[in-house]
Every structure is written in structure tokens, then in C-alpha cells.
Write a protein that binds this ligand. Sequence first.
Ligand code: 5GP
Ligand code: MN
Length: 357
Amino acid sequence: MNKPKLVLQLLSLEFVHLRIMKKIELNGIQDSLKSAKNICIIGHKNPDGDALGSTLALSHLLAKQGKNTVVIMPNSYPDFLNWMPGNDQILIYDKDAEKCEENLSGADLIFTLDFNHLDRTGRLGDFLKTLDKTFVMIDHHQSPDDYAKFQLVDTMVGSTCELIYDFIEVLDQKQSLDQDISTCLYTGIMTDSGSFRFPLTSSKTHRIIADLIDHGANNSKIHRDTFDNNSYSRLQLLGRALQNLKVIEALNTAYISLSQADLDEFNFKKGDTEGFVNYGLSLKGIKFAVIFIESKQENIIKISFRSKGDFDVNTFARKHYDGGGHKNAAGGKSNLALDETLIKFEEIIQQYKSDLL
Ligand code: 5GP
Ligand code: MN
């Protein structure tokens, strides 16, 4: 009676190993970890909940093994993400490049989490490219670059935090799961899955979440700290964004645009527009939603793309907007003025009529 169960368990353990890395890489990374003392862990520019949650969770785990760990972010991030355990120790390259470079130069191992091209770290990427170090990439985006000696990549997983959970499992470190690690991982899984509703959310995601709650993640508090932290001006800006929402019914497309003047009027702070794009997608029948946000400082229009179903916004963003991401969530930019960007967008999407119907 017990035998088939054991085989299944072995198979599923093997599956976890194979899913995220070749065994040989696992051995290599274990050796590198064993000999490493100083470890830097990096997230992408404009870090989101997954980038922060995964880097902090890994940092807590490795610190428990006696490593000196430093988490480095290319730039700062909004208040609704600045409460996770370990947040106070994060170094920001834009604010303290010297200290970041000092730590990176002294690192024995550098983890890059939740991105797969060094360019995704902005100016920090230029410095990283000059380093002769062993890099480990843990990520769930498509088309990874080849800067990392070890890659733990799975595009069918909804968040890097889930991959970190797998990584902890294959390293046989489940006993290290504590409230801090669980809180960080829970947050990244929650934010990258749109609170457990995006298509990649699996029964396994929920089993991981259950385990994280068992290890101290306070699901209700995490949700509150992340989502019930709005400022009055952010809600007013949301009002403006919804007023600016334009629907192109013939193409099942909806888009929002926010000019720099809109942002200034409502005292825009970094992160205030997070999630706005999803309102377009919540309209009945809409399959493709976009938000265009003017940045006078960067002199670009930052764009977020979201889709439901088969319309691949990763390919769309790569082809037309120097961007990328995932099939149903991607980003990019335009160097044209805001009004010209919108006119051009309306032209471009005409080619996609058959994909959007
Ligand atoms: P968001 O629209 O929330 O900024 O990003 C959605 C997804 O697209 C995220 O997975 C993010 O990493 C990716 N993404 C956003 N902007 C860019 C970009 O300019 N280039 C690439 N390659 N990916 C992006
Ligand atoms: Mn992610």
C-alpha cells in the first residue's frame, strides 16, 4: 500500500529539482554557497513586491546559515512596499552607489532575483557588467540573458518568491522557514499573482501559501499593509485615471493615459499608479488594457500592458515598445510625446484585430 506513495513522493521531489534547475547546477550552486562568505542579492529597478519579497527572504535564509548578506535595489520604491522584515537594511544604488559598489566588489557570490537582463537594473547594471563574479539568476521571465553561471528559471511559475520557496526545498533548508522569510515570500506571491487570481496561480501556489501561513505569515496583516495604505491624493489620481480611460470597443482594448500635469496635480509619489492598469482589464469584454504615464524627468512615456487570455503582451511590448515581461503582463516605453504615443498606439493595434476579437 505504501510503496506507490513513496515512488510518487520521490518522483515529485525529482520533479521539483528538474523544474528549476539541472541537478548538476544544483551541485555547483551548493558548492559555491558553501564556500561563499559575502553574498549580495539584487532586485530589479522599480522593485515590486516580488523583487523585494524574494531578495529579503533569500537574505534571511542565507544569514541564518552564517553568511554576510546585503540586499541591493537599483532605486527606491513606494511606501506600500517598505515594511517587509529586513527592509531597513536594504541598500539603494541611486542613493549610496559607493557603499553598494564596495559590497559588490567584496562579494563571493551575487544573486539576481526577479529579472534576467542586467539592463533591468539601470545604472547599477553598468557597474555589474564590469565585475568578474559568479552570478546566480532566479527568475520567472522569458528570454534570459547569459550573464549568470547558474540559472533557476521557470516561466510557468507566477512569482520569483515561489521559486525561492522551491530553492529552499531543494537546498533541504525547510527547517529554516520562519516568520520573516514566510512574510516576505507570502507578499511576493500575493502581489505577483494579483492576490491569487492570475492564471499561473496553481494548487501548488496555494499549498506553498498554506505552508507560509503555518510558518507565521499573517495573511490578513500582509494584505492590509500592502493594499490598505492609500493616501487621499492617490485615490484622487485614480479618479483622474478612470476619467481618462478610453475604450476601443472594436478591438476589445482599453487604455488610460496620465500626463505629467495630472501627476503633478495630485502630488504623485512613486508607486501611486501601481495597479491602475488593471481597471481597464476589469471592464466586461476587454482583453487588452494599457496605461501610458508621462515622465518629464526621464523624458519617456512609461507603459504597462495587461491582457486576458491568448493575447501575448510580452511579444507586443518587445516588438513595439522596447520592453518585455510575461504573456499577460509586460512593460515598455515610448520616446514620443504623450499625444503622439497614443495616436501611434491606436494605429499599431489595428494590425492585431484578429488576435483581439
Ligand atoms: P509593470 O507593467 O508592472 O511595470 O511590469 C509588468 C511586467 O513587465 C513585470 O514582470 C516587469 O518585470 C516587466 N517589465 C516592465 N517594464 C519592462 C521593461 O521596460 N522591459 C522589460 N524587459 N520588462 C519590463
Ligand atoms: Mn516577479
